[in-house]
Design a protein around this ligand. Structure first.
Ligand SMILES: Cc1cc2nc3c(=O)[nH]c(=O)nc-3n(C[C@H](O)[C@H](O)[C@H](O)COP(=O)(O)OP(=O)(O)OC[C@H]3O[C@@H](n4cnc5c(N)ncnc54)[C@H](O)[C@@H]3O)c2cc1C
Length: 477
């Protein structure tokens, strides 16, 4: 993967001093040891370099930073919780890192309008908690919620486990405040659901991975807090049976089905083997599992879940199932699921894909991809799991047991090519959730409509004519 482009020129002491004047001494990080955590990510896949990390505490400070950066053509990399999985938040070429984590205020919760306006650095879990304290639900939920931020969630248009019922991050944002590359503040903060006054500028910045501007605040949609949540862990024989169970569930409870996760046995085994305090919820082994959840504003979720599972057993689809008896059992089911990404690390190299195909095509996709990948690298171990209800599978491939990790990872693009060919034939996407960053940037022009790429370049040129905003991410600069 060619990450290094034209390296940013070294920052002069005068420029560093000018940036320091904006954020204050304490929040201009120049010591290499203090900068280090901003330059690596959890999996150790990307390692960046930078002379300067700035930690602004207000929108005005972000605006002043961008203005100065434009004046001197200094490249910036916005960063939130640093949990992104495609290298978008990493300064690969010596850019200045702008960490938004100090922008951590909840500006307002308007329970009557069902909105929450918060700054970009608010950690997702805190946003969820604050909504709950106001007797509301903020339904975005993902494995990294303890450290990822609202700004990062919107910039990657994160999906997560609630997308089936509530949609992805884009659908949860009513308004945005964005600092443009030249320092202008675009105020699109709004609580309105209905506002047809021209082009939808807000949506340009959602999913832009920090390449068009820096999100500093957002007005988010809140939902009624469910009165009852019921969670089941189900053993079955195949993705095709899981698909049938999904269809039964949707026809029996429609919008109350809030999660439907498909898990391969190997993914479950890895979690149990490498996670801490993770137990198999079922007493016997199965080839595939489903983790499903119903949420209801009434007390009928348990009955509904039991009825779905009974129908699944009657139809020969469900082999075994357990419903969480209490909150701690529910948390244990989700821990098994949430540990899946981390649990692949001790198994050696893992080549990752985050694809989506039409929901009905998921079983065929998994079968074809498994065959193609194992043919390409005999002994490699596909570890598929993910959001079946959204047609989104994290199709990861672990190295053959005992293989050389570097040799295996060197074949990343070969494996991508095989998997992406199947995805594209099925009308899918090579990035369902995690974005493009640098990881999939080189493949994007091959899979995206040519006119769409031209328009993306045009929008980038309009909003960031000097190319200082997260250069080399999503599109080649
Ligand atoms: C264990 C784990 C589980 C995950 N599960 C899911 C999942 O289920 N679904 C899913 O969609 N994703 C998932 N992710 C990846 C997901 O993209 C991130 O977790 C999250 O959305 C990124 O938020 P962040 O604050 O960490 O952003 P960062 O990693 O800091 O940044 C991500 C991107 O957004 C840009 N950015 C960050 N903040 C701003 C801002 N304020 N303005 C402009 N640009 C900005 C960065 O430049 C970068 O391009 C998971 C990650 C991990 C580690």
């Amino acid at each position: 993967m060619n990450i290094v482009q034209s390296a940013a020129p070294p920052l002069s002491p005068e420029w560093i001093a000018a940036f320091r004047d904006i954020v204050g001494d304490k929040y201009a990080v120049t010591d290499a040891a203090d900068i280090a955590p901003y330059l690596t990510e959890e999996r150790g896949l990307f390692h960046g370099r930078s002379q300067l990390v700035l930690r602004p505490g207000s929108t005005a400070e972000v605006a002043a930073i961008c203005k100065l950066a434009t004046a001197h053509k200094i490249a910036l990399v916005p960063q939130g919780g640093n949990t992104g999985l495609v290298g978008g938040q990493t300064a690969h070429n010596g850019e200045v890192v702008i960490s938004l984590r100090r922008l951590d205020k909840i500006r307002e919760i308007d329970a009557a309008s069902n909105t929450m306006t918060c700054e970009a650095g608010v950690v997702l879990q805190i946003a969820q908690q604050k909504a709950a304290e106001a007797d509301r639900l903020f339904p975005l939920s993902l494995g990294a919620e303890g450290s990822c931020t609202i700004g990062g969630n919107l910039s990657t248009n994160a999906g997560g486990t609630g997308a089936l019922a509530y949609g992805v991050a884009r659908e949860m944002a009513l308004g945005l405040e964005v600092v443009l590359a030249d320092g202008r503040v675009l105020n699109l903060l709004s609580k309105l659901k209905k506002d047809n006054t021209g082009y939808d500028l807000r949506n340009l910045f959602i999913g832009a991975e920090g390449t068009l501007g820096i999100i500093t605040a957002a007005t988010l949609k809140l939902f009624p807090k469910p009165r009852a949540i019921e969670t089941a862990y189900v053993g079955l024989k195949s993705p095709a049976d899981a698909l049938k169970l999904l269809s039964i569930s949707q026809s029996m409870v429609a919008g109350s089905l809030t999660s439907f996760e498909l898990l391969a046995d190997i993914a479950v085994d890895f979690s149990i083997r490498h996670g801490i305090d993770i137990r198999d919820p079922l007493t016997s082994k199965h080839l595939w599992y489903v983790l499903m959840e119903l949420s209801s504003s009434r007390d009928d979720a348990r009955d509904a879940l039991e009825a779905i599972l009974a129908k699944g057993m009657e139809d020969g689809i469900v082999d075994d199932a357990v419903i969480a008896a209490n909150l701690s059992q529910r948390a244990a089911f989700w821990k098994l699921r949430d540990e899946m990404s981390a649990a692949q690390k001790p198994e050696g190299g893992s080549i990752k894909h985050d694809i989506s195909v039409p929901v009905a095509a998921v079983p065929a996709f998994i079968a074809e991809a498994d065959a193609a990948v194992v043919k390409l690298i005999p002994g490699s171990r596909p570890v598929p799991f993910g959001h079946l209800g959204d047609g989104n599978i994290h199709y990861n491939v672990s190295q053959p047991i005992g293989a050389n990790t570097a040799d295996f990872l060197a074949r990343w693009h070969e494996v991508n090519a095989v998997v992406f060919a199947i995805v594209m034939r099925m009308g899918g996407s090579i990035s369902a959730e995690h974005g493009i960053g640098v990881l999939k940037r080189d493949e994007l022009p091959d899979v995206k409509d040519k006119v769409a790429i031209e328009l993306m370049r045009g929008i980038k040129a309009l909003l960031d004519p000097l190319g200082i905003m997260n250069p080399g991410k999503v599109l080649w600069s």
